[in-house]
Design a protein around this ligand. Sequence first.
Ligand code: E4P
Length: 222
Amino acid sequence: MLLFLDTANLEEIRAGARMGVIAGVTTNPTLLAREGVLDTEGHIKRIVEILPGPISVEVTATDTKGMIQEAVGVARWSEHVVVKIPTTPSGLEAMRLLKEQGIRVNATLIFSPNQALLAALAGATYVSIFLGRIDDISWDGLKVVRKTVELFQVQGIPSQVLAASVRHPLHVLEAARLGCPVVTMPFSVLQQMIKHPLTDIGLERFLADWRKLQAMREEARV
Ligand code: E4P
């Protein structure tokens, strides 16, 4: 499976890339606005330089023609760009036409297995299920992920289920256990996944004992 970072912050992407566990990045207009990005093309190209994997960039047009125009332009920025298209009737039409042009699509704002199925049939490479936002309205986001993963397996659908809107490490773990091939998460969740108090305590003890041993060696030398 692959882990992506859900951020437009270059420092976070650099840190994730250095760890060697992050294969791609998902952005959206909110994440770009959070970083105060004025030049989207330049910013996305910088992300690609740091992490040359699938980088999702969302269109802002809402009609099919506008989405396609925007998507074609954005896809020219880099071969690594995957265009995020909202899963609406106009979006589905755009997905189909973009597929015909060989442009990879990440179908976004998916909240049900039916939406995921339609996006897959329209040719999306990734279908992004916003599991955290489903939990927010007291539904079960992981259940939607499970049903969609099952559906795609049973039907042999090649689109990849992408667990998005991840809020905590348990979301990542459970999505992975359900067979979800891609999970995108904020950098804070990656940090939480790494952290364990016993690792910190264990390291502290090893280092303290190592210092003691060094002192004993110094003493033995005099
Ligand atoms: C997906 O690719 C979106 O960028 C993201 O996961 C949305 O998450 P949010 O619900 O935390 O905004």
